[in-house]
Design a binder for this molecule. Structure first.
Ligand code: AMP
Length: 395
């Protein structure tokens, strides 16, 4: 079976053609600068990358260029696009409408549209990707996989904000959480690796965007992002949790409008804003090693906030059996994992310094006598999307 996984952003689109059963990737790549000049980067394992400038005035041309390269005589991997069994789309915000993936029809499109006010940056772009695929491949089933869906099992005490009730009832204001496909993937893997499902699990998805989730019996109980991906721990360029009055104070002081203020909170803050160096944790680790105090503080702050969330989720779950690290930083930075776990001894977390040197590979990295099993699980959101897609179309 061959599933095309699409993650459409406003000016970019990532794709992977993969086998949902084996996880084999036949080809992957991305279209950038959609709406401007357009650039396609296409990778086939074991072959040279193909990079080309292709006019992409809209997502339709981007999708068409992906399909063209997939059947290209020299760089392609398919004889015809009919070999694609289905397309799986990553959709950011499913609001309260979706607690699982679903086959896309007119009702689903209308519901994704209703969620635009909740995900104003991403849902319109996701819809452009869906519509472009529907137009170009009208006979190929399309599936939507939502970033919020995994978190829909949270109890009300976790997802409610302490705001006047009407904002929840009338306006759907609540915690939704994101990175759900990643949290679901590592949850499934952790349960498989531990040989049981009834574990108290804390997942740390630490990348450019970061979120944690508290999971019991395979179901999400709480998560750090909120109505939007701005909440939770500090991130590459996002503040994470912040006192709302800071917003009022800065807007009054500098005359920022809402968009300007949100741009600061989303794009100019986090470890990049604190350090003035970079949003890339490798740059920060290098700068800190060279004596940059702000970079060192940004790393310390990040680790501190992640550790605080782990502590609060252990309290929420009544303990912790398994701690999982995933995503760019979680998978690759043993230094950051160590910083975070330092101080969690009271909880029964004891890393094995040798095992913690590993990068990007599934492994147990806790010591043999650690009460909490610490796992490194490389995330694979695309595989999760491909598996959901395959399962839905074979029903
Ligand atoms: P993601 O959003 O999951 O793609 O993760 C991207 C982040 O992972 C970037 O901030 C990178 O700096 C970080 N990252 C990747 N490799 C390493 C590494 N070896 N050490 C520290 N951070 C890393």
């Amino acid at each position: 079976m061959k599933i095309l996984v699409i993650n459409a952003g406003s000016s970019s689109l990532k794709y992977q053609l993969m086998d949902p059963n084996t996880g084999d990737v036949f080809a992957k790549g991305q279209c950038e600068r959609i709406g401007l000049d357009g650039k396609l980067t296409h990778k086939v394992p074991g072959r040279d990358n193909y990079v080309a400038e292709i006019a992409m005035p809209s997502h339709s041309e981007a999708i068409q260029s992906v399909l063209d390269i997939l059947v290209d005589a020299q760089y392609g991997v398919l004889a015809t696009t009919d070999e694609i069994d289905a397309v799986g789309h990553r959709v950011l915000h499913g609001g309260m409408e979706f607690s699982e993936s679903c086959i896309i029809d007119d009702d689903v499109i209308a519901a994704v549209e209703r969620c635009i006010p909740l995900g104003p940056l991403h849902n319109p772009a996701n819809l452009m990707g869906i519509r472009a695929c529907q137009a170009i491949m009208p006979n190929t089933p399309q599936v939507a996989v939502f970033d919020t869906a995994f978190h829909m099992t949270m109890p009300a005490k976790a997802y409610m904000y302490a705001l006047p009730w009407e904002y929840y009832e009338k306006d759907n204001v609540r915690r939704y959480g994101f990175h759900g496909t990643s949290h679901r993937y590592v949850t499934l893997r952790a349960c498989e690796l531990m040989g049981r499902k009834d574990i108290k699990l804390i997942n740390c998805h630490l990348g450019n965007g970061s979120s944690l989730s508290a999971v019991y019996d395979g179901k999400c109980q709480d998560t750090s992002m909120g109505l939007s991906p701005l909440a939770g721990v500090p991130m590459g360029t996002r503040t994470g949790d912040i006192d709302a009055c800071v917003v009022q104070y800065l807007m009054n002081r500098y005359g920022y409008n809402v968009d300007e203020m949100l741009n600061i909170l989303n794009k100019k803050s986090g470890v990049a804003g604190m350090s003035g160096v970079s949003s890339d944790f490798r740059d920060l680790e290098n700068a800190a090693d060279e004596g940059n105090e702000r970079a060192a503080l940004a790393l310390e702050k990040f680790a501190y906030e992640v550790r605080k969330y782990i502590g609060s989720y252990a309290a929420a779950l009544g303990g912790c059996d398994v701690l999982v690290f995933t995503a760019g930083v979680g998978e690759n930075s043993g230094e950051m994992r160590e910083r975070i776990c330092n101080g969690l001894e009271y909880l029964g977390v004891k890393l094995d310094p040798e095992k913690n040197k590993i990068r990007g590979q599934e492994a147990v990295i806790s010591a043999a006598d650690s009460k909490v099993t610490v796992l490194l699980i490389p995330t694979n959101e695309e595989l999760m999307i491909a598996k959901d897609t395959a399962e839905l179309i074979s029903k």
